[in-house]
Design a protein around this ligand. Sequence first.
Ligand SMILES: *Cc1c(COP(=O)(O)O)cnc(C)c1O
Length: 435
Amino acid sequence: MTHSRLWPVRSVGPDRSGQDPTAPRHDSVTATDFDAIFSAQIRALKDDGNYRIFADLERLRTRRPMASSHGPDGVSDVTIWCSNDYLGMAQSETVVSAAREALERYGVGSGGTRNISGTNHCHVLLERELAELHGKEAALIFTSGYIANWSTLSTLGSRIPGTVILSDAANHASMIQGIRHSGAAKMIFRHNDVRDLDKKLAECPPEAPKIVAFESLYSMDGDIAPIAEICDVAERHGAMTYLDEVHAVGLYGPEGAGIAAREGVADRVTIIEGTLAKAFGCLGGYIAASRLCCDFVRSFASGFIFTTSLPPAVASGALAAVRHLRASDEERRRHQRQVARLRRGLDRAGIPHIGEDSHIVAVLIKDPVKCRQISDILRDDYGIYVTPINYPTVPKGTERLRITPSPLHSDRDIDHLVRALSALWSQCALSRAVA
Ligand SMILES: *Cc1c(COP(=O)(O)O)cnc(C)c1O
């Protein structure tokens, strides 16, 4: 629109249908067979067993953690065992009633970007609450955790001249893409390896600004970063720290402030990034940091500026979730109890699992086809829904079932899952752990 005002209207060129009626058709031009490209690559995925099939579910509030599963043979009941709504907050009365009230009061859409009439009062309250949760001066919310990582890292990397970003080898795709997009120099340090980080920091030009980007709890293996040691090394080299606490906020630490807070080092982390979509059960992401740092990202991050803000009902639901989980330990306690019960059951059945220090119970299958088959049998024969995690979410050869027990799973649910896995273990001739 603006361009057609600035430039003379051309008499030839594409019309509104996107076709150029004046363009000559050359027989010498070879039309690209796009469909052939698409189908060849999809076929390769299928051949590797990595083609994704979505479960068509209705997560019914009245029956949580169950859902109706729509399959080719009709509708069946399944218990969900792989949700990132870790505490069941998405369907809780606390969150739903806050969202319902906001929906009635404000309607659905927020009305714009944050700059153009889209800053609703609930956004302001939510940012205040998140800053308090993490003991930081300020917070900034984004439309997702992915966008929070992508936008913040790409803004820091591109606008701080000469920056080097040191990135943990197991970092989430959103951080990797943000760093890549920033165009900043990048060094990858071995996963959770403080000595390798130290060595790589020492290799950077001493005068270069440095950012260490890592996660507190890695969501596929359930392992935890040595945050204090990473801060030690970063401080020694004058580096900023950027910590993704997406899988920890709401779940660990005092008031659910995360693992850095649990270890008493949150004040040493420059930027804490979190999501409102996992333990908080809604949608959206955020960073918490100094007022100046948040103002910087707010002022320059394209992924913050040029998109409509979160719907008020979602922001209000998230605010209620954060407030509730700051005040209540009950969900966290029951969550840990059910996780421990599942691990004990698996131990008794000799089924190996990893992620001991976390709520993520990863059962390695190490074969994409078997992993999918086991997932299918669990759903069809046992009413258990746990999605296979295959490449590229995890490296090839480490395919797994990633089980996330919640406070809503009963002891009977857990026992049923252990029995089903045990039966399948024999059926599929998978090796058992030696007790
Ligand atoms: C899920 C996830 C994100 C993205 O959060 P969303 O709010 O789902 O976009 C970021 N980092 C990690 C480690 C994640 O697992």
